[in-house]
Design a protein around this ligand. Structure first.
Ligand code: BJW
Ligand code: ZN
Length: 247
């Protein structure tokens, strides 16, 4: 058990709006590989090489293989204690918002009901030509699936060089501005504009709490940094909070 600072517990007791800004590391304990770092599955390919529209146009088959492989892992995965703790916290705090960079849907499956998805959702697809959604089971038997209009179908995720969905980003930004405590969980904090929300929250007066296996560029400016597994540290923080509030 990691020691949780008393001041953080006191701040939690006073807080009304809590945000969890999450990245791939929160789903690592569910068996979903992260993008970067030594445990990152995509060491063979840098995310920048596959997660781009140019990569898709150049080799749609390869990019689809990557997404189908990951979709299978996501379908077999279950939310872990980190996702579940965040969902449970909804019952104890006035406002709990999840702002996630993940496309795996695990926060919603854990029961979180206010979730902004900055980088899309791997469950959805759309046509690059007419933009129609294709959420039916796709047929890969004759190659890369195509829309009736002839356009290639792609996953509804945000690739490098693409704009984030405006409603999701604005929702995340509003939550960041209004937050009292802003948890940053399992992200390398290198991808923008998502990572910029941390600094928006900080500039708006939020307490920044980082949870990660290792130091990141954020660590020196976070108010609290806890190093270890999110699936252990988040339950740990919540247990400590409950002990202190006689819940
Ligand atoms: C644990 C753990 C455990 C492990 N417990 N912790 C220079 C400066 C600023 C910006 C740019 C720049 N050059 C280019 C840009 C823009 C670019 C960018 O940010 N690039 C940087 C890499 C330099 N950004 C964009 O292009 C964005 N769009 C944009 O800017 O639009 C404006 C624009 C429009 C037109 C032209 C130009 C600009 C879009 C970014 C889209 C990112 N997409 C991806 C793929 C999504 C779909 C998919 O899933 O396939 O999003 S890439 C990938 O990275 C994915 C993630 O959401 C994102 C962040 O990764 P994350 O979540 O942080 O994961 P990891 O693996 O990096 O880290 C895991 C962490 O967990 C580690 O720290 C571990 O230690 C930790 N961990 N186990 C706790 N158990
Ligand atoms: Zn179409």
């Amino acid at each position: 058990m990691i020691r949780i600072d008393n001041n953080l517990i006191e701040a939690l007791k006073e807080s009304k709006s809590i945000v969890f800004f999450t990245g791939a590391g929160i789903s690592a304990e569910s068996g979903i590989p992260t993008f970067r770092g030594k445990e990152g599955l995509w060491n063979k390919f840098r995310p920048e090489e596959l997660a781009s529209f140019n990569a898709f146009i150049k080799n749609p088959k390869l990019v689809w293989e990557w997404y189908n492989y990951r979709r299978k892992i996501v379908h077999e995965a279950q939310p872990n204690p980190a996702h579940l703790t965040i969902a449970e916290m909804q019952n104890h705090f006035k406002d709990v918002t999840v702002v996630t960079q993940n496309v795996d849907n695990l926060h919603r499956r854990a029961g979180s009901n206010k979730v902004f998805e900055l980088h899309g959702n791997i469950e959805r697809n759309f046509c690059i030509n007419c933009k129609k959604f294709h959420n039916e089971e796709l047929d890969f038997s004759t190659g890369v699936p195509k829309c009736e209009c002839g356009g290639l179908i792609r996953p509804d995720v945000v690739w490098f060089g693409e704009y984030l969905p405006e409603d999701q980003f604005l929702g995340g930004e509003k939550a960041a501005i209004e937050s009292d405590i802003f948890f940053v969980v399992g992200t390398s904090v290198v991808v923008y504009p998502a990572a910029g929300l941390i600094y928006t929250a900080k500039a708006s007066g939020a307490i920044i709490v980082e949870v990660n296996l290792e130091e990141t560029d954020l660590s020196s400016s976070a108010n609290y940094s806890y190093f270890g597994k999110a699936g252990e540290i988040l339950p740990n923080i919540f247990e400590e909070y409950k002990l202190n509030t006689n819940l």
